[in-house]
Design a protein around this ligand. Structure first.
Ligand code: ATP
Ligand code: MG
Length: 479
């Protein structure tokens, strides 16, 4: 308490006012229906409150409920420390280092519980290199690097401080289901009504603290269909370079969120409008700058948006396999021209492309393994012989590889007929399957095993062409 008082005394006037004034409103009058809250979130809030702590549903869930959208997940904010939260629940895990939180598990559902944190701006910050001093300095200091990026964010604070360190005003709303009260410190309710995305505090400073917020602007503007407030928008152009500082694992997490909002196309559009796509996400950049890349990536993202809109999921492996495919395809073509056999060339192309982009965006190993399988199955799907077809159906990545083939067929890169063939083969009875295999063997001589011919390039889709194994980018220049 005394520590807090001292900090407040030393806090500059502008920071003090940055904390915002607490405003309360009745949730039910704003359209929140407490009956729709999941038991998991309610249990977490009530358990914490019964133990004498403050607890609120916070962030995206409150925002989405107020907008009449279905929240993706429910986060809880409390004044209990992670160590105090954990023992209150039977199944709870302490997570994270840079940002320590507790995951409370209910079956497959996870409620994220975070402790109220102070805004980095609310106290003198230790600069990178002073990290050893962080604890000595009364625990009120954040470690930041030379550009002002916050390296750790585990300084506990009060609710008003917690609100001030959140990104956008509409993301800083708290809801107490026990009292049916929405708490707002930064005119989030006003901005929600006006459909405006506004950064809390001084935007340039907030971008420097955490450059990932640049991407979050693109994501939320797309997801919510909000306008970006001028003050939030303007500094973006001059701060895009900051993204180069972001560790690749965080960039990966935030990119996945961006692609899985169900508004990936709109988010990408925003990234372009904001000048954030160049260099920042090399894979998106490249995917869009190659001859057939754009159509393919656009079709892939459009599909993903539709899937998510229909309540289905899109795996990160599938998404990234799509984004990197134009590059892999081009390299695959080059290697084959150099005389590397088809399958080996694809394998090598995958290896090279994954290695090249790993510097910027750390794709987790389990994801990159799946990506490679999705790619490697493409030429195999073209060989519709008895020897391959049955084994492929059993392959754990068959479904993803087949969806991938559908996309390739739709963008003219693989024959439509292949996609139709597999569509039918999957559900056909034995007799029909045998028939289909015979048809394929007769109809597409290029797929007959061991029949070596001089490769002659034919446009994808042309009967007899090798389009099933045809790389994404044509060797000839686009017209
Ligand atoms: P979604 O529904 O897409 O998950 P969300 O608002 O829940 O949206 P998250 O990325 O899950 O977004 O973050 C949860 C909350 O944590 C945000 O609403 C915001 O208050 C806060 N937050 C997350 N990332 C940041 C950040 N980089 N800077 C400041 N606040 C952040
Ligand atoms: Mg969330």
């Amino acid at each position: 308490m005394i520590r807090k008082l001292i900090t407040r005394l030393f806090t500059s006037k502008s920071n003090a006012s940055a904390l915002g004034k607490r405003v309360e409103a009745a949730g039910s009058s704003l359209g929140i229906d407490p009956a729709k809250l999941p038991n998991s979130a309610l249990t977490v809030v009530r358990t914490l409150q019964q133990a004498g702590f403050e607890a609120y549903i916070v962030g995206g869930a409150v925002r989405d409920m107020l907008l009449g959208l279905r929240p993706k997940d429910f986060d809880v904010a409390t004044n209990a420390t992670p160590e105090q939260v954990k023992p209150l629940f039977r199944r709870a895990l302490l997570i994270g280092r840079r940002f320590r939180i507790v995951h409370v598990l209910f079956g497959r559902e996870v409620i994220e519980v975070s402790t109220f944190r102070a805004s980095p701006g609310a106290s003198g910050d230790a600069v990178d290199g002073d990290e050893r001093n962080v604890d000595k300095l009364a625990g009120r200091h954040h470690a930041v690097d030379a550009s002002g990026r916050v390296l750790r964010d585990n300084v506990w604070g009060a609710q008003d401080e917690d609100a001030a360190r959140r990104d956008f005003t509409v993301n800083a709303l708290y809801y107490d289901p026990s009292r049916d009260v929405v708490v707002d410190y930064h005119h989030g309710l006003r901005d929600l009504k006006a459909r405006t995305l506004r950064m809390i505090g001084e935007p340039s400073r907030r971008y420097r603290e955490d450059p990932v917020r640049l991407l979050r602007v693109a994501r939320f503007a797309a997801k919510l269909g909000f306008d970006i407030a001028p003050g939030t928008l303007h500094p973006i152009a001059t701060h895009s370079e900051l993204l180069r500082n972001v560790p690749s694992a965080r960039l990966f997490d935030e990119t996945i969120k961006l692609l899985q909002t169900g508004h990936a196309l709109a988010s990408l559009d925003n990234l372009r409008r904001l000048g954030l796509h160049k260099g920042l996400l090399p894979l998106i950049d490249l995917a869009l700058s190659q001859p057939r890349g754009e159509a393919f990536v656009m079709a892939a993202l459009g599909d993903t948006d539709a899937r998510i809109g229909a309540g289905k999921t899109a795996s990160p492996a599938f998404l990234f396999a799509c984004l990197l495919w134009p590059q892999v395809g081009q390299r695959w073509a080059e290697l084959q021209t150099e005389g590397v056999p088809q399958i080996a060339a694809l394998d090598q192309a995958a290896e090279e492309v994954l290695a090249a982009q790993a510097e910027r965006l750390a794709i987790q190993r389990r994801i990159s393994v799946d990506m490679r399988e999705i790619w490697a199955l493409q030429p195999r799907l073209a060989r519709r012989s008895a020897r391959y077809a049955y084994a492929l159906l059993e392959h754990p990545r068959f479904r993803a590889a087949f969806d991938f083939l559908l996309l390739r067929a739709r963008t003219g890169e693989a024959p439509q007929e292949f996609a139709r063939w597999w569509e039918e083969f999957q559900d056909a009875d034995e007799a029909r399957r045998t028939e289909l295999i015979e048809l394929a063997a007769r109809g597409v001589p290029a797929d007959a095993p061991k029949k070596r011919r001089r490769r002659r390039r034919k446009p994808a889709g042309e009967p007899g062409g090798e389009a099933g194994g045809e790389p994404a980018a044509p060797a000839e220049p686009p017209n």
